[in-house]
Design a protein around this ligand. Structure first.
Ligand SMILES: *Cc1c(COP(=O)(O)O)cnc(C)c1O
Length: 428
């Protein structure tokens, strides 16, 4: 901070706002790379091979994927678009894992064509589709099967994915169907089956959730071994590690969560007399959330009966999470960092929805028009969930590092938004 103005990695956000316009996503590149290397070094075991996969849906662009490659992590993708991004960034395809509950035949073919390392199969119909695609392409592929251990992580119910009626994966209670799927996969010479995958939720604060997940999965693995003679070599435990959004959040320290996971795996692997060789995790949010902030320009203010509104030049179009999950954030006036916080205000966006509120009850200094408002911890599921609602162009993304800034995604212009519009007659 200098002269009351927030600096990120030595770069004045006021200068960034002038150079790149607002709203603007600003990532502290050193914070991203610290997380990447921390996960890489902490998720190590003397019992298992380990692998950390960055779940790119949290924030995917070529610059990000390049960092993931440099720091030696692997990559999760969930669509042809994320896969294409990885390919364009030159990411080693062998280290790509392709997820999703409704991959199309074309997407599966694309993955086989690109030489993707592993496909995580979600359901029985996909299993058949994959076999067809593999036979057609003649390519080899490793597979895992997404199962649902029925463990609910303690977090907002809309982001829990592993209850028994989840749209993701197949419940571990359906052992016969699972055995049939694995049989289908292993009867094809080009398909290798590695083991089970599960992902029990997001923004998880309680490491007991992972312990419960591992216990259930290991017990299930044992049962599949005893009842169907199905042996696995790898277990993928998914992501979900919490990030710090406000001071009310207490994420599990990385060291702690990595240790708990690997230690529980070691115990359960021994207890169930299994021979699992490899454990994987897939953090998304926890790698990028805290590294990113969104900078807005303050416009008008309005006093209603009970509230004082501060309007900013973005909103749910660049951050849908408050409207979607009642997610909470912290903020500052980035050009009044040393002033006393005397006001309690509601930060609202400019979109045509009453629910377009970014923060309720924000404590700020007295705010003036054209001030800069910064919202912290918007690095995950911010840009990746952004839309053109109300034809607002998606903001630019800048990476700052050691006093330098670079634009990694340009601001979407009006022309960009109309680029795809046309008047083409279809011959039907
Ligand atoms: C979304 C997702 C992740 C990452 O979740 P975070 O909460 O961002 O860590 C990992 N694995 C799968 C299968 C996912 O769908």
């Amino acid at each position: 901070m200098k002269d009351n103005v927030l600096h990120i990695q030595g770069v004045s956000v006021e200068q960034l706002a002038t150079a790149c316009q607002t709203p603007l996503y600003i990532y502290d590149e050193n914070k991203i790379t610290e997380k990447l290397s921390r996960f890489h070094e902490l998720f190590q075991s003397d019992t298992f091979k380990t692998e950390v996969l960055y779940a790119s849906k949290a924030f995917s662009c070529k610059a990000m994927v390049e960092l993931v490659a440099q720091y030696g992590l692997s990559l999760d993708v969930v669509s042809g678009g994320e896969l294409y991004t990885a390919k364009q960034a030159g990411f080693p395809m062998e280290r790509v894992y392709f997820h999703g509950n409704n991959k199309s035949y074309d997407e599966i073919m694309m993955a086989l064509d690109y030489g993707v390392g592993t496909i995580i199969v979600d359901n029985a119909m996909e299993c058949d589709m994959l076999v067809k695609a593999v036979k057609r392409s003649g390519r080899s592929i490793k597979t895992m099967l997404r199962v649902n251990p029925g463990v609910e992580a303690h977090t907002h119910k809309y982001i829990v994915t592993a209850h028994l009626d989840s749209k993701f994966g197949i419940s571990i209670t359906k052992k016969k169907e699972i055995a049939a799927m694995i049989h289908t996969l292993t009867s094809v010479a080009e398909i290798t089956f590695l083991g089970y995958h599960s992902h029990i939720g997001s923004q998880i604060f309680d490491k007991q959730a992972y312990v419960a997940e591992i216990e259930k999965l290991m017990q299930f693995t044992k049962e599949m071994q005893t009842e169907y003679d199905i042996h696995i070599s790898a277990l993928n435990l998914g992501g979900g590690f919490a990030a710090l959004y406000t001071n009310a959040d207490h994420p599990i320290p990385l060291q702690d969560v990595c240790h708990t996971i690997l230690d529980t795996c070691k115990k359960e692997n021994a207890k169930q007399q299994l021979n699992i060789e490899k454990i994987m995790i897939e953090p998304g949010r926890s790698i990028v959330a805290e590294a990113g902030s969104t900078l807005y320009r303050v416009g008008y203010q309005k006093q209603t009966e009970h509230k004082k509104y501060i309007f900013v030049d973005g909103g749910m179009s660049d951050n849908i999470r408050p409207a979607l999950y009642q997610a909470e954030y912290a903020c500052d006036i980035a050009n009044r960092m040393q002033e006393d916080k005397t006001e309690t205000v509601t930060i609202a966006g400019k979109c045509c929805e009453s629910g377009d509120i970014l923060i309720e009850n924000a404590k700020l200094p007295k705010v003036s028009q054209n001030d800069l408002l910064i919202i912290y911890t918007t690095g995950a599921y911010g840009y990746s969930m952004a839309s053109n609602y109300n034809k607002l162009g998606r903001p630019a993304v800048v990476f700052v590092k050691d006093g330098h800034a670079r634009v990694v995604i340009k601001k979407e212009s009006y022309e960009n938004m109309l680029d795809l519009e046309c008047n083409e007659v279809i011959n039907v």
